[in-house]
Each structure stands twice: as structure tokens, then as C-alpha cells.
Design a protein around this ligand. Sequence first.
Ligand code: GLA
Length: 748
Amino acid sequence: MSIIYSEKDRTLTLHTANTTYQMQIGGIGHLKHLYYGRRVDSACMDGLYPPVNYGFSPDYYDFRLERGISPDVLPQEYTGCNTGDFRLATIEVKAESGAYGADFLYESHEIREGKYAVAGMPSAFARGDEAQTLSVILRDPVTGLKLELLYGVYERQDVITRAARLTNEGGERLTLQRVMTLCLDMPAGHWDLLHFHGRHEMERQMERMPLTSGIRTLSTRRGASSHVHNPFVILAAPEATETSGDCFAVMQVYSGSHRTDMEVDSRGMTRVTAGINDELFAWQLAPGETFHTPEAILAFTHEGIGSLSRRYHRFILGNIIRSQYAFMQRPVLINNWEATYFDFNSEKIVGIARQAAALGMDMMVLDDGWFGGRVKDDNAGLGDWVVNEQKLGGTLNDLIDRVHALGLRFGLWIEPEMVNEDSDLYRAHPDWAYTLPGRKPAMGRNQLVLDLSRAEVVDYLTESLTRLLREHPIDYIKWDMNRNISDVYSHGCAPERQGEILHRYMLGLYTLLERITTAFPDVLFEGCAGGGGRFDAGMMAYFPQIWCSDDTDAVERLTIQHGTSFGYPISTVGAHVSACPNHQTGRTVPLWTRAIVAMNGTFGYELDPSKLTDAERDEIREQIACFKRHRDLIAGGDYYRLNDPQHNDFGAWQYAASDGSEALLGFVQPRVRTNAAPICLRLCGLDGQATYRVDDFRVSCHKDTVWNRRVNDMTGATFTGAQLMYAGLALPRLLGDCPALLLHFVRV
Ligand code: GLA
């Protein structure tokens, strides 16, 4: 049993293989959080919180004489509103009287086999009997607001999910001004925050910092999970490293405006709340209506940050991604975006495809510019999902047939959530775009966002995309979203419900994604939002891979992909080899370096193969063969970050088969130093007793000589697993601009 109720202590305890989560129904009925951490069997942890009478921390009314039992001090599963807890609140609710208030008391609980679902939104699923659900019902007696706290317990995966449902069972309309998914009160002590911030073309930069007194908010109100703050945080003990120490994480399964707040209160206790961003948010809850929060995925380990990441990798692959492609080999694709931008026709695309086929690639992806009035630039056409046969010089099916005849699959770019003013759709339905009454809207890439809170807009898109996919044998879709949402105002919604629009947009989008991905299960979908502007677990429910960044520069990608790897599996990370000088940075790095970095993801190309030399063509053939040889290990192996490329001259990472039979090491050195000590890396996840032989050795600077110095080819070298893990591997000295290595070890 993963979920245990103890009548004696009034505790509800959730066990996973290595963790325990405990809560207790307090004297009056509040649900106290007692513990989340390393597994503790058969114990009640309420002794951790003895009553203490802190000045200016109000007592529950019933304890006004005893004192020391305060909502402001006790750890909570979910807070009330305006009733004595002055720390971060999970809910802000207003009654018709104007009174803000809620105080939730335990009513009942239920333990169920299987995993709850979240209505209208993606959430983790369970196969067979791998999860149990705990539902705890609480109620605010004054408003009649019912709170259902949901816990999904995945014992083997060592993961707990949480969500909340609020139902108005009172007689008057309530306004929810804030509804978070969860409150997590941390064990006493100091915590470092690891978060993933960035910008367009520089997503998910990991920053580690101590949490100190006060509130730290990580949020976005862009209507997308955003390039700026990923909805994923880790709290780690200050001494925690990649390989040891306590760490917790909270990952939201949500792709819209989100917030995570961390408060270190006046006593040094840390609280985390996470959920939908409450800016511009106000939800009308009429009697009988229910509001569902998005889900969050929690994990704890005492074995370091690397172990925490691997837990999320496995969980997303096994319990979030619904696509049949989750565990399937993905095609090595070529995308024409950086090769042609808008300057293409069918002949050009077939020319690229022909060369790609000869190099060993599997799929041709036609990017932006094939539809409506989208001819030479990005100022027109979005919204009109009809093929521009004039531009293509033929039908789309002719083009697809020609690509298929080359033995390649065919993929297509779309951006369904947007509209250009210069489009038939906008001319017919200007009110379908978000604009504020009486104001000129802020423009992003000269386009507007369609109002997906309106059912007719979602139906229009369902119909257009269904037609597109029915009438054309398309194997892959790249689903883009190239601006954030401003001017949030729906022309189809009552004034008092305008505060619901941003979240209703997400509900509309999830409905659309659900319809399209279930109707076309054989299509491989790749998400995108100007690169990695919506790289989150919510999107992964529909998209098994997401274009990680519009920055394809291998050096920049080192830190972007490093940050991304903390929460998300490598097989979700869209990564391509592009031309040099790189289009984003102007930097030139060797072709093998670019390939080694792109192999730390889905692997593909985004360049014009007709511009390659014969030598480069040969290299690319070898790269594709090399990737195909190792791709099962890359996608399915355990991932280890061997260093932090942000603060070093190099980046290094590694995959190990879970049975220790093989390992792959990637290494890139953007900064080569003279007369430096050799770089020595300790490998991970090997069989200490076994012997390993290097059977694939790739180096991106010239193999024999670099300015008369030999690079030591390690092919055939043998090491014991213990030697590689505890003493380390001294890397051969590399010279030149941004050299790189890839080493495959096989157990002999
Ligand atoms: C976004 C994507 C790119 C490309 C362009 C096309 O920026 O991230 O990869 O598809 O749109 O307009």
C-alpha cells in the first residue's frame, strides 16, 4: 500500500520506493503538512512541530487560551485566505459581500486505485496498477467552498503528483483571485534554489542561489510557460551536488502564465507555492461550478541533483508523453528554415531532400512559408491553413509524393494559434484576435494571438488542421507559437469573466491539441515557440519533442541544453546541426562539434546541403551513422551531467545503459588553454567490476595532427569501470576552435 491512513494519529502517509510524504488532520480539522523526504516507515512526524507561542502569529480561535497553535506557524497542505496565515497563500477568494476569506476543514478522504485526471488539462497517467490516488475533501463552512486535494502516488517512479479542485457548494457567487496548485512547506533548514531563466535564443539558463529571508517569485504572464522562467524549480540542500544530498523539485504540468513563489519566513521556514499566475486572473465560480488547477509533479531524493533529473526524465517519458513516439526512434530530419528561410519552392525543397536522402537522413521538414499569402516574409498569411500552390509551383501532395519517393518522410510547419492582419481569417473575423477595446494592440512579429477561449475559434482550427492532415500524407508536424499574449481581452466574453481569458486560452489550446493528436496518432508532433518558449510538461503530453531553442550555435546550446536537462529527458530536446558562420552568433565551430552537441538531443540538420564540400558530406554521413548507432542509449540511457558548462572552459555529459553494458561520453571545449593540466572526468553509472573498451572515438579537430601535435586516438583502450568512475579518465589534449570528443565505452 502506497497510501496509509492511521486512525490513531489521524495521519495520511504516502510512500514511494524511497520517499515518504505525511500530513495530519489537526485538532480542529485543518490539514497539516508534516513531512516530505527520505522514506520513513511506521512513524508519526507531528513531533517536528511542537506548539510554540510566537508573538504576532495568531492562534486558531479554538486554541486562543492554550496559544501556540497558529495557522501562521504550522506547515499546511493548502492555505486558507485571510484567516491568520501571513505567509504565501494558495488561495484568494472573495464572496459577494466583498469579504475575502476561506478556512478549510477536513471532511473526508478516499484512497483509490489508479491515477486521477485533471479535467480539460494534461496530467500524468498511469499504466496498470502503477499509481494510487488520495483525495482529501475539505470545506470552508462559511462560503460552502469545497476543496479537493488530489495526490497521485507513483511508488516505483518515486514521484508524487498534486492538483486541487474547488467546487462552489454554497449559495452565492465566489470570485477566485488566486488558486495555486499546491503549498509545500519544506523541512527546517537552509535551501538553495535552482531555477531556469532566460530569453529568446537563450532559454533555461540554470542559476543556483541560496534562498534568504523574504519572497522570491519566478513567474511569467506571457500566456506561455515562456523563454523567461521555466515552470520547474529545484530546492537543494546547500551541500547537495550532482551525486549526493537532499533535493526536492516542483514541476508544473502547465504551459500558460505560471508562478512559483518561495518564501523564507521570519522563523527561517521555507514555503513553496506554485500554480497559475494570478496577475490578470479572476475566476467567477457560480454555485455548482468547479475550478480545476493544473497538476504539479513533485520528487525528492537524498542522492543528489543528477538522480532527481533522471527521475523526471523517466517520469516524463513513461507517464506524461502520450504519443506512441515516447520510446520510439525518431527520424533524423533536415529542416529548410535556416537553409532557405522564405525563399523556396517545391524544386528547391526536393533538391534539399534528395541530398539529405543521399546523406542518410530520414525526413524532410518544410518550415514556414507554404500557406495562404505567406510568400516572402512573416507579415501575412497566419490563420489561412491552405496550401499556396502558386508559391510551391504545384500541389502539396505532389511535393510530398516526390519526397516520399526519395525514401524520406515528410514534415510540415504550422502556427495555428496566430493570425496576421493580412489574412483572410482576420478580414472575416477581426474579433477572433485578442485586442483591447479602443487601443491599437502591441504587435509581436506583426501578428496577433487568436482567442482560443472561444469555442468557435478552437472549432475552426480543429477543422482546418484536420483537413490539412486528412488531405495530405504528412508524417510530422512542427507546431509553432511565435509571440506572447498581450492585450488580453476576449470580444466574445462577458465583462465579469475577462479575468478568466488567459487560462481559458490554455484550456482551448489543450482541447485543440487533444483533438488533433488523438485523431492523428501516427503523426510525430514537435512543439516550438520561437524555439524553447513553451518547453514544459504540459506540452510534452502532446509533443514528444520540442525545438529547444532558435539558437543553433553549438557553444550557446551547451548551456541551453545543460539547463534543459535538469527537468526534461534528452529525447524531448529538439537539436540540429546548422551552417557556420552560425546564423545567430556568427561563430564558426567544427562540424563534428556541432554534431556532438546536436546528438545530445533529437539530432537533425538545418542547413543547405548544396553548399557543403565533399569532405563535409562525408563527415555528415559518418555523423548520421554514428548517431544511429548510439541513439537508443542517448534516448533511453541514464543521463549524467559531468560538469557545469556555464562556469567552466568545457561542457561534458554522459549516458549509461541502466545495466552498465555501455556508456557514451560527450565533451566540448569552447575555451582551449595552453599548458593546462589534462582534463580528467569521472564517469558515472558503470559496473565497477567490469572492464570497458573504447569502441567509438570521435574527435572534432584533425585526428592525426593539430599544428604538429598528435591527438591521442583512444580507440581500443581499456579501463575498469571502477577506474573510470573513481580515478577518472584523462582526456586527450585538444587544440583549435571549440574541439569536441565523443567516446563510446562497451563492457567487454
Ligand atoms: C520560429 C521557429 C523557427 C522557425 C520560424 C519560422 O522562430 O522557432 O524554428 O520555424 O519560427 O517562422
